[in-house]
Design a protein around this ligand. Sequence first.
Ligand code: MRU
Length: 364
Amino acid sequence: MRVGDTHYRSIWFDEDAREVRIIDQRWLPHEFRVVALRARDDFTTAIRDMWVRGAPLIGATAAWGMAMDMRADASDANLERAARELLATRPTAVNLRWAIERMVNLLRPLPPARRWTAAKAEAQVICDEDVAINEAIGENGLQLIEAVAANKPAGEPVNILTHCNAGWLATVDWGTATAPIYKAHEKGIPVHVWVDETRPRNQGAHLTAWEMAAHGIPHHLVVDNAGGHLMQRGEVDMVIVGTDRTTACGDVANKIGTYLKALAAHDNDVPFYVALPSPTIDWTLCDGRDIPIEERGEDEVREVWGRMKDGAITRVTICPDETPAANPAFDVTPAKYVTGLITERGVCAASGEGLRELFPERAE
Ligand code: MRU
């Protein structure tokens, strides 16, 4: 998507420098910084410390991490070690496991001398596929937005609430929850986005708001607690969020706070959609309570960071020094609160039957 007049993906391989480049998302919206990743430790740090984040981008970054590590040492022992270390970076987004397994299954049977070239090609395919998948999600979700728009007075915007950042920064391009929004905007359908700030790390305020502004999409930032009120007032036509792991029965793990939005949407008859690429489906799980939920450090809750009036980017503490904090990073929304899953193959019910209709090859 666009940054100024330039089209960017969130991750790419620079052929001349022979290194992977990412947008270091820790500095947005205040600074746009591109950094290089070369060694395996660069990749594990970038995922764990959230220089990159968002389920599809975590998977793509891990794929590139595997590839670059094969260039350094393509031995069997290093292949297993790279897979193990990358897998340990973040537990909830299943795209990480999916991408690593895909790379390992391709590379294991190959002789070491062929592994780097094959891995590089596969990482590139994973990225290109992600872009195509998300664009298809955009087309499928667009139809839902069009249906809502058709029932509103001409010219009135469709009000969409989203949580966290499931935008192009969370994927290789397009985003998942944002892809239908970008498609609608491109088509001239008026949309307005309520952007949840998404404490503790404020991905909504830092990233989604930045994306919306960059593409000229009308939006307002709201505190996480405002969603229920806006829904009661009829100011939300639909909710679209992303997911880090969707079970084969349609339960959905996403950024902490998503569940409360789903409850409020249910109580107010607001459709609640989850947009996801198929690598985000964990076909091995049915009950969302079995999804591992990442616990992150206390300081993310105890502090906020932002830009001072003098331009300095800094962190400030918002609680007494001795206050302990808990930081579950995701929650699970049971399928019964999800109106539909927007995938690259179409929109389906959040249920085992719904998913298997779209992905019949997964039917047992
Ligand atoms: O902790 P994060 O920023 O990686 O969490 C991201 C989310 O929760 C997104 O909604 C999810 O990964 C879907 S991204 C298309």
